[in-house]
Design a protein around this ligand. Structure first.
Ligand SMILES: *[C@@H]1O[C@H](CO)[C@@H](O)[C@H](O)[C@H]1NC(C)=O
Length: 288
C-alpha cells in the first residue's frame, strides 16, 4: 500500500499537480473514492439527465392531454438547459401500459354507446375539451372507445425499434383527432408505417400474440406493486439516483415503488400542467 501510494503521488506530481494536494492530505483510499465520485458526477451532466416513465392508457382522453403537456414540458426543459451553462440536458421517456377498463369489447365500442353505458352520457367531455384546447388537443374526430390491448402491444413493438414516442403520439391522434379505431389491426399497421416502421413486421407482430403477456404483466404490476390507481401517472427520475445503471426502464418499474419514492424520484398523478412537469425535471436534475 505504501509503495503504491508513493507511485501514485509521483504520477500525480508528474501529470496533475492540483489533484495531488488531495492525495497528500488524505489517506490513499479516501482520495481514490473522491476522484471516482468526481468523475461520476461530471459524466452525469452530459448523459440523459432526466427519465420519465409514463404510465398511461390509450383509452384515456386525459392521457392524450397528458402526453401533449409532457411534450411541451420536455421542449421547455431542453431549451432552457442549453442556456444555463450546466450542459445539455435530455429527457428520456418510457411508456408503461395501463388498462383502465379491460372489459371493453375486444374490438372497442362506439363513442356514444360507451359513454352512455359508463357515465350516462358524454357531458363530461365538455370540460375536458375546454381545458385542453391550449395544449393543442381539439378532439376533432373522436368516434370510438378502444379496447387498448392491441395498441399497447404495438407500443411494445415500437419501443423495441426506437419509435416508441412517435407511435405513442400517433395512436392518440388516431383515436381522438382522426376518428380511427385503435382496436383494429389494419389501422395500427398503417400507423406503424407512418412512424417509419415496417408494416409487414408490425402486422406479423400484431397477428401473433407477441407482447401480450408483457402488456398484461406490466398492467398488473402498475396496479399492484406500483400502486397506480389513476392515469396518466408520470414517474420522474434523475439518472444519478439509486436506479442508475439498473437496466431498462421496465426493470425499474418492477423493482420500484411509487409509495416509497426515493429523493430522486417524483411521482405526478394526472394530466399535470407543463410547468409542474418542468419543475419536477429541474429538481431531479439538481439531485442527479
Ligand atoms: C374496430 O375494429 C375491430 C376490428 O376490425 C372491429 O371488430 C370493431 O367493430 C371496430 N370497432 C368499432 C367501434 O368500429
Amino acid at each position: 500500500m505504501g509503495l503504491w501510494c508513493a507511485l501514485h503521488i509521483l504520477l500525480c506530481i508528474g501529470f496533475l499537480l492540483n489533484e495531488c494536494v488531495g492525495l497528500v492530505l488524505f489517506p490513499c483510499r479516501a482520495t481514490l473514492r473522491l476522484d471516482m465520485s468526481a468523475a461520476a458526477s461530471s459524466s452525469v451532466r452530459d448523459a440523459d439527465s432526466v427519465r420519465v416513465q409514463v404510465v398511461s392508457d390509450f383509452a384515456c382522453p386525459w392521457c392524450y392531454v397528458g402526453k401533449a403537456r409532457l411534450g411541451a414540458a420536455i421542449e421547455a426543459f431542453e431549451r432552457s438547459s442549453t442556456s444555463d451553462g450546466k450542459g445539455r440536458a435530455r429527457v428520456q421517456v418510457s411508456f408503461s401500459p395501463y388498462m383502465i377498463d379491460p372489459r371493453t369489447q375486444p374490438g372497442g365500442e362506439e363513442y356514444l354507446v360507451y359513454n352512455k353505458r359508463r357515465w350516462g352520457g358524454d357531458g363530461w367531455t365538455a370540460s375536458l375539451k375546454r381545458s385542453s384546447k391550449k395544449d393543442g388537443c381539439d378532439f376533432a374526430k373522436w368516434e370510438t372507445w378502444p379496447n387498448s390491448l392491441l395498441a399497447h402491444r404495438l407500443q411494445k413493438f415500437a419501443d423495441s425499434a426506437g419509435k416508441g414516442d412517435q407511435v405513442n403520439s400517433l395512436v392518440f391522434q388516431t383515436i381522438y383527432e382522426r376518428g380511427g379505431n385503435a382496436s383494429d389491426l389494419e389501422t395500427l399497421v398503417s400507423l406503424a408505417a407512418e412512424a417509419g416502421l415496417s408494416p409487414a413486421e408490425a402486422s406479423a407482430y400484431l397477428s401473433s400474440r407477441e407482447g401480450e403477456e408483457d402488456v398484461l404483466q406490466d398492467d398488473h404490476t402498475a396496479k399492484t406493486e406500483l400502486g397506480v390507481t389513476g392515469v396518466p401517472c408520470f414517474i420522474v427520475r434523475g439518472t444519478g439516483g439509486r436506479e442508475s445503471g439498473s437496466g431498462t426502464p421496465d426493470d425499474a418499474v418492477g423493482g420500484g415503488s411509487v409509495g416509497g419514492a426515493g429523493q430522486s424520484e417524483i411521482v405526478l398523478n394526472g394530466a399535470v400542467a407543463p410547468d409542474k412537469l418542468l419543475r419536477a425535471f429541474e429538481s431531479v436534475r439538481r439531485l442527479g
